[in-house]
Ligand binder design. Structure first.
Ligand code: CU
Length: 124
């Protein structure tokens, strides 16, 4: 019984692979309405510098835009908006934070180094 099931499973896999190959070698185009063109997404990058400062500062980022911090320092930093709406988590030296959507512009700081502060000013 188990041998039969195994053979059946292998047959199913074989059929699946064959179906994939047939689809991949075909040249048909997707049907239906054409997909909308990709939208450009502006990503605002704020650098974290070796002097434990941010650049640009203030940065101009509007609510709803995407912001990323790039840690070009040699120590880990963690950016937190003072209003608590954004927390990058630890950003290792040389790493980027995740792309974060800004809820509202405002001041922020590094939770690891509280004197390290920056600001985001709203743009157009
Ligand atoms: Cu820091």
């Amino acid at each position: 019984m188990s041998r039969f099931l195994t053979a059946a499973a292998l047959a199913a896999i074989g059929l699946s692979v064959a179906a994939c190959g047939g689809y991949g070698s075909s040249s048909r185009t997707p049907s239906g309405p054409s997909a909308p063109p990709p939208r450009a997404i502006a990503i605002n990058v704020i650098g974290i510098n070796g002097a434990q400062s941010f650049s640009p500062n203030p940065a101009t980022v509007s609510a709803g835009q995407t912001v990323v911090w790039h840690n070009i320092d040699t120590t880990t930093h963690r950016v937190v908006l003072n209003d608590g709406e954004l927390d990058t988590g630890n950003i290792a030296p040389g790493a980027f934070s995740a792309a974060m959507t800004l809820v509202a512009p405002g001041p922020y700081h590094c939770s690891i180094h509280p004197p390290m502060v920056g600001s985001i000013a709203g743009g157009q």
